[in-house]
Design a protein around this ligand. Structure first.
Ligand code: DX5
Ligand code: ZN
Length: 224
């Protein structure tokens, strides 16, 4: 369990103090900076676009893990890469030609990921898993931070881990939505590699301590 990564989600940051929050996260053991892009069409909410990604890139020391919750993501891959995305993840449900879109992401030099909504089966990745650097399993319906973790995700993690191991692939499993100290260990034990954490970090009394506790599960019994 020691090599897992923590990716704070800046959707829960204070947008009026974005630079401050980015620098605050720079001074933690966080591994990636999770950046949620919402278009008000694929999901019922709008977040922000490329210009804010550029600001995050300017101040963050971490790889930018950009999660595109948008329709027709193929239209925006190059512009998010230029804005500073290191990983670009598209939704399976938003891509008619998923294989082509994954190759398009890779052609920009970014790591390529696919996200699955809670109702989308892991088996839908069977014919593309080896092409993916990461899979985001949504453990809430995408669109908002601060929602309750859908427990069925634990079974999906195990199924996906089995697929990845059987195929000898190095694809990472990232869990997004409702993750915190209350469920992090069971998620990791099921086979996850990366935990996204929005509210459980930015809305904690001490966000830096929250990252520390998530990153040091097992030795952080004090904070559980
Ligand atoms: C949900 C987003 C998540 C969200 C997670 O649509 O994709 O990344 O920011 O927030 P929490 O951790 O608060 O559920
Ligand atoms: Zn996300």
């Amino acid at each position: 369990m020691s090599h897992y990564k923590i990716a704070p989600s800046f959707l829960a940051a204070d947008f009026g103090n974005l630079q401050r929050d980015i620098e605050m996260i720079n001074n933690t053991e966080a591994d990636w900076c999770h950046v949620d892009i919402m278009d008000g069409l694929f999901v019922p909410n709008i977040s922000f676009g490329q210009d804010i990604v550029k600001v995050i890139k300017k101040y963050s020391k971490l790889p930018l893990d950009v999660h595109l919750m948008i329709e027709k993501p193929e239209k925006f891959i190059e512009s998010f890469r230029e804005a500073g995305a290191d990983h670009i993840t598209v939704h399976q449900e938003a891509c008619v030609h998923l294989h082509r879109t994954i190759q398009q992401i890779k052609a920009t030099g970014a790591k390529a990921g696919v996200a699955l909504n809670p109702h989308t089966p892991v088996s839908s990745l069977y014919d593309i898993i080896e092409d993916l650097d990461l899979v985001i399993l949504m453990s809430v319906n995408p669109g908002f931070g601060g929602q309750k973790f859908i427990y069925r995700t634990i079974h999906k993690i195990k199924e996906l881990k089995e697929m990845i191991t059987t195929r000898n692939s190095s694809t990472l499993i990232e869990i997004d939505g409702g993750v915190g100290l209350q469920n992090a260990e069971v998620i990791l034990q099921a086979g996850a590699d990366v935990l996204v954490a929005g509210n459980s970090v930015f809305h904690a009394d001490n966000p830096q301590l929250a990252v520390y506790a998530l990153k040091n599960l097992g030795i952080s019994g004090l904070y559980a």
